[in-house]
Design a binder for this molecule. Structure first.
Ligand code: F6P
Length: 338
C-alpha cells in the first residue's frame, strides 16, 4: 500500500512524532510506502510532496513544528460559496496520480471537517487529531495540549514572584481559541487566584471582589488567568488588556498584562505528547492495513480507538461547568468569575 500524510492548520508539538509513528510503522511493520505532502491540502492541490524513507523519518521524535509544513487551505470553501468544484476535482486527480491508497490528515477541528469532506469524494482517509487547544470532539486529549500546559504553567509560576514583589495584579492571556482547556489546566497547575474561561463568561464585579477579598486578607497581589476566547461585555478579542483596565478601575490595584502567545505551541513536545503521538500514529497505520477508512483515531479513557469522521466533523469539545478541576478549584476559593 502507498499512504500519503499531511499536516494542516496551526502547528503544535508532537506533529513530527506522529509523522514518525505513522511512517516507521508503515515502513517497518506493514511494508507500506509513505509520501509526505507539504503544506496541508495545498500540497495535494499542487502535487508538492516528498517520499518519506527511513532517513527522513529519523530525528523527529523531539522536534517541534512539522517537517511537512502546514497551511490553513480549505479546499471546499469555494465550492460551498460559489459552486466552483475545481479544487475537490484536483484533490481526486492528484490522489490518484500519486497512487495513494489512503491519505492521513493530521489536524484540528477544521482539518477533521475537511478530512470528512474529502472522504465524501470517495477517497480513503484517516484523521489524526492534534492541537494545543484540546478542543477536538471525540478524543479525551490531543497531543500538543500537555506541552502547551507545561509552558503556560511555567509562565504563571514566573509571574507569581514579580506579582508579589510589586503587589500587582498580573493578568495572563492563554491560547485555546473558543475553548478554555489550557487556561483551566495551566491556571490550576500554576496556582492562579482567578481563572476565566470562554465557556463560563465573566462577571467583572465578581472578579474584582475576589481580588479585593485577597487584598483584605493580606495578599495584595493576584494572578488572573484568562482564555483568549473570553468575551468581555459580549465583545471578543484582547481580553487581557481590556480586563486589566477593568480590574484597575474596580480595585485601584496596579495591574499588568501578559499575552503568552505562540511560545505555547512552539518547541519540543512533552514526553506524554510524544507517546500519545506515537500511539495514535501507529494505530492509524494499523487501521489502514485493515482497510478501515473514514475514521479519526482518538484516545478515550486511556485506550486508543477510533470513531467515524462524520461524528467529529463540525463539532467542538468545550470545557463544561461540571469539570472536576473547576469544582475542586471553587471549593479551594479560586474564583472563576461567575
Ligand atoms: O488552534 C491553535 C491556535 O494556536 C489557537 O489557540 C489560536 O487561537 C490560533 O491557533 C492562532 O492561529 P494562527 O495565528 O496560526 O492562525
Amino acid at each position: 500500500m502507498k499512504i500519503g500524510i499531511l499536516s494542516s492548520g496551526g502547528d503544535c508539538p508532537g506533529i513530527n512524532a506522529t509523522i514518525r509513528g505513522v511512517g516507521k510503522t508503515a515502513l517497518n511493520h506493514f511494508g507500506m510506502e509513505v509520501v509526505g505532502i507539504h503544506y496541508g491540502f495545498q500540497g495535494l492541490l499542487n502535487r508538492n510532496y516528498t517520499p518519506l524513507g527511513d532517513k527522513k523519518l529519523s530525528g523527529l521524535l523531539n522536534l517541534g513544528g512539522t517537517i511537512l509544513g502546514t497551511s490553513r487551505e480549505k479546499p471546499f470553501r469555494q465550492m460551498l460559496e460559489s459552486g466552483d468544484n475545481e479544487k475537490p476535482k484536483a484533490l481526486i486527480k492528484n490522489y490518484k496520480a500519486l497512487g495513494l491508497d489512503c491519505l492521513v490528515c493530521i489536524g484540528g477541528n477544521g482539518t477533521q471537517k475537511t478530512a470528512y469532506q474529502v472522504s465524501q469524494l470517495g477517497l480513503n482517509i484517516i484523521g489524526i487529531p492534534k492541537t494545543i487547544d484540546n478542543d477536538v470532539f471525540g478524543t479525551d486529549i490531543t497531543f500538543g495540549f500537555d506541552s502547551a500546559v507545561h509552558i503556560a504553567t511555567e509562565a504563571i509560576d514566573r509571574l507569581h514572584s514579580t506579582a508579589s514583589s510589586h503587589n500587582r495584579v498580573m493578568v495572563i492571556e492563554l491560547m485555546g481559541h473558543k475553548a478554555g482547556w489550557i487556561a483551566l489546566h495551566a491556571g490550576m497547575a500554576g496556582g492562579a487566584d482567578v481563572i476565566l474561561l470562554p465557556e463560563l463568561g465573566c462577571d467583572i464585579d465578581k472578579v474584582n471582589k475576589a481580588i479585593l477579598k485577597r487584598s483584605k486578607k493580606g495578599k495584595p497581589y493576584s494572578i488572573v488567568v484568562v482564555g483568549e476566547g473570553l468575551k468581555l461585555d459580549g465583545i471578543a478579542g484582547n481580553p487581557a488588556s481590556r480586563l486589566s483596565k477593568q480590574i484597575y478601575a474596580g480595585t485601584q490595584i496596579e495591574t499588568r498584562e501578559t499575552v503568552l502567545g505562540y511560545v505555547q505551541r512552539g518547541g519540543s513536545p512533552s514526553a506524554y505528547d510524544r507517546n500519545l503521538a506515537t500511539r495514535l500514529g501507529g494505530y492509524a497505520t494499523e487501521l489502514i492495513s485493515k482497510g478501515v477508512f473514514g475514521q479519526m483515531v482518538s484516545i478515550v479513557n486511556g485506550q486508543i480507538t477510533s470513531l467515524p469522521l462524520i461524528e467529529v466533523a463540525g463539532k467542538t469539545k468545550l470545557v463544561t461547568p461540571d469539570n472536576d478541576l473547576i469544582l475542586q478549584g471553587e471549593r479551594m476559593g479560586i474564583s472563576f468569575g461567575v
